[in-house]
Design a protein around this ligand. Structure first.
Ligand SMILES: Cc1cc2nc3c(=O)[nH]c(=O)nc-3n(C[C@H](O)[C@H](O)[C@H](O)COP(=O)(O)OP(=O)(O)OC[C@H]3O[C@@H](n4cnc5c(N)ncnc54)[C@H](O)[C@@H]3O)c2cc1C
Length: 331
């Protein structure tokens, strides 16, 4: 049994540890706006407790800095602007993250488990000689995290013993921070962050008036059963009625029906909308890994034995070429 004095010392000590704890979030943005996953990362960081600092690195990233500064309770927003950050390559950003780490000695470094975070943080972790913890879906304490393994088929709880915890968090598992109530000060970082490892030349971004796949409230996805890219127009018509994003299985992407940024699954995007409609998709585990946390799942498939029906809330055994136009018309 601890004496009263020991208990007092223990609580004093643990609150000091908490105060020492500090997290760096690497903001994901396009200079003009924050990407939604940064809001999820903010929620995760605040759950850890301690000080939270956000790093915004870009070319002319003023609007993104302004947006994130509104998040409540931030210690500071670090800002680094340089042409070297064009394209947000992991090679150019890593020296900057390491320099910030050296200056502030963060206990945690967080980014979203997006293509951006998945490229950057393993590199940062390697340079710090620590193990990255990827795809975190829950935070139990400052050193104990819940993550998915085996394509989402098992859930692992692990305690990280490294002095710096480097985490990518799954956006769908943390609420979006509201970006209100705060007025954190922006601190400009100066330095030479050029890298000769890569040179950014150009990028072509697909433009769409539809909601973004990972943040849409409804998603209509098509699989190999769609038979051709042209037939996806049936899904676009349905998606228009629902203000939904359109996704696809890997088989549909591999067959060239749709571009690969539409792929949902283990090697595609992870989505968890309120409504997910899977059309002509069998429900392979690699596809389920990307959508099974959706609130309501609807499946349309002509095969009553298709595994997708095991995870769906509503299943329609029907020919999609008949069912989808009928559904669109009735909405
Ligand atoms: C390492 C690895 C990673 C992978 N990552 C992913 C991933 O990220 N995402 C992903 O999706 N897959 C992924 N896959 C592939 C996955 O294993 C499946 O091959 C793929 O998901 C199958 O796609 P599908 O359901 O569209 O095609 P199929 O399995 O061929 O299913 C087509 C379905 O359409 C139905 N159908 C056909 N015609 C009609 C019709 N007229 N009306 C109604 N229904 C119809 C059929 O009954 C069938 O169920 C990965 C595989 C590996 C090995």
């Amino acid at each position: 049994m601890l004496s009263t004095r020991s208990k007092q010392l223990f609580f004093q000590f643990s609150s000091q540890i908490k105060r020492l704890q500090s997290t760096l979030i690497i903001a994901e943005h396009n200079n003009e706006a924050l990407l939604p996953i940064t809001q999820n990362a903010l929620t995760a960081a605040k759950k850890l407790g301690g000080e939270v600092t956000v790093l915004v690195a870009g070319t002319k990233c003023g609007p993104a800095v302004e947006a994130v500064s509104k998040s409540s309770g931030l210690a500071r927003v670090l800002v680094a602007e340089s042409d070297a950050f064009k394209g947000f390559t992991a090679e150019s950003l890593t020296p900057l993250v390491l320099a910030s780490q050296k200056q502030f000695n963060f206990t945690h470094i967080i980014a979203g488990a997006s293509a951006f975070g998945k490229a950057l943080l393993p590199r940062v972790a390697a340079k710090l000689d620590v193990s990255p913890v990827s795809d975190v879906i829950g935070i139990k304490s400052a050193d104990t995290f819940i993550r998915t393994v085996y394509a989402g088929n098992a859930i692992q709880t692990l305690t990280a013993t490294d002095p710096v915890k480097v985490l990518t968090i799954r956006g769908t598992s943390f609420e979006a921070d509201k970006l209100e109530g705060g007025s954190a000060s922006a601190e400009k970082l100066s330095g030479e962050y050029k890298t000769d490892l890569t040179t950014f030349i150009s990028q072509e971004l697909s433009k769409s008036d539809r909601p973004e796949l990972t943040s849409a409230k409804a998603v209509v996805s098509g699989g190999r059963g769609m038979k051709s890219g042209d037939n996806f127009k049936l899904l676009y018509a349905l998606a228009d009625k629902l203000n939904a994003a359109v996704g696809a299985s890997r088989a549909a992407v591999d067959a060239g029906f749709v571009p690969n940024d539409l792929q949902v699954g283990q090697t595609g995007k992870i989505v968890a909308p309120d409504l997910y409609i899977a059309v002509g998709i069998s429900g392979a585990i690699q596809h389920l890994a990307g959508m099974k946390d959706s609130k309501t799942i609807v499946a349309i498939n002509k095969d009553p034995e298709a595994p997708i029906f095991q995870v769906s809330d509503y299943g329609l055994v029907a020919d999609l070429f008949k069912a989808v136009p009928e559904l669109t018309e009735k909405l």
